[in-house]
Unconditional design. Structure first.
Length: 226
């Protein structure tokens, strides 16, 4: 039951930089996988290709189609390192944005927004503005915005890298709890060994020039952790 598969994927950017390849990667439905490696090894490139933001230079990228998608939803949710929130409007409006873009009716959209805010522990802050929130809370808003379309696959690109260690550790634990209850497929890009081993069932280790998969480490046997 495969959620994402990359076969012989390479990516050469227009400027001639060979960012990836070739790489082969298969992610099962419900699996939590980390892509670990130094800056420039192609982690973000791989994630963007999975998200459909750009096309591979060769090879194939397959993302399992979902019922969500047939209903105008998103197959994947994306969380960037920068929360990229709209500063002029509330937390609620920021989280509702993907539903507005998908023309989801207001009443069901509001229910979904409430649910997503509850999932990230921000129900109390629905009417707050981004400037009133800490870095960790902004990241929670960004996560809620990715979850609000109920995607099967969550792609996260160094989401916690800019946060202080305590906040980062809290978010790691909350993300794990969310994953255990929602059982979404998560592909998590990080250059933190700690984070990759702590969070994921499998660590895919990448090397650079060009970005390749060096090895994969399965740590599933350490489950359950909590
Ligand atoms: P990572 O996420 O592991 O840091 P990236 O996927 O961002 O790696 O980058 C891989 C390589 O591709 C790097 O050498 C980077 O400079 C280059 N690169 C990334 N994005 C672009 C782009 N849009 N245009 C040209 N080169 C890029
Ligand atoms: P590097 O950039 O050298 O790979 P890391 O990304 O591993 O460094 O870590 C950067 C900082 O964040 C370090 O101070 C590290 O202790 C801290 N850190 C890394 N992962 C976590 C985590 N999951 N929770 C809390 N702090 C972390």
């Amino acid at each position: 039951n495969v959620a994402v598969s990359l076969r012989g994927v390479t990516k050469t950017y227009d400027n001639g930089v060979v960012a990836l390849g070739p790489i082969d990667l298969e992610v099962r439905r419900g699996e939590f996988v980390s892509l670990l490696g130094p800056s420039g090894c192609g982690k973000s490139t791989a994630l963007r290709l999975i998200a459909g933001l750009g096309t591979p230079s060769s090879g194939t990228v397959r993302v399992a189609r979902t019922a969500v998608e047939a209903n105008g939803g998103h197959a994947v949710g994306f969380v960037f390192q920068e929360p990229t929130l709209m500063p002029w409007t509330t937390v609620r409006e920021n989280v509702r944005l993907p539903l507005r873009l998908a023309h989801v009716p207001l009443s069901s959209a509001n229910a979904r927004v409430d649910q997503a805010l509850a999932q990230v522990g921000l129900s109390e802050f629905a009417n707050a503005y981004p400037r009133e929130l800490s870095g960790g809370m902004k990241m929670r808003v960004s996560l809620a915005r990715a979850l609000v379309t109920d995607p099967d696959i969550l792609l996260m690109d160094e989401p916690f890298a800019a946060l202080d260690e305590i906040t980062r550790f809290r978010l790691n634990n909350d993300l794990l709890a969310l994953w255990r209850s929602l059982r979404k497929t998560v592909i998590f890009v990080t250059h933190s060994v700690f984070e990759s081993v702590y969070l994921s069932q499998r660590v895919v280790v990448m090397t650079s020039r060009p970005g390749r998969i060096a090895t994969e480490i399965s740590i599933e046997a350490t489950e359950p952790r909590g």
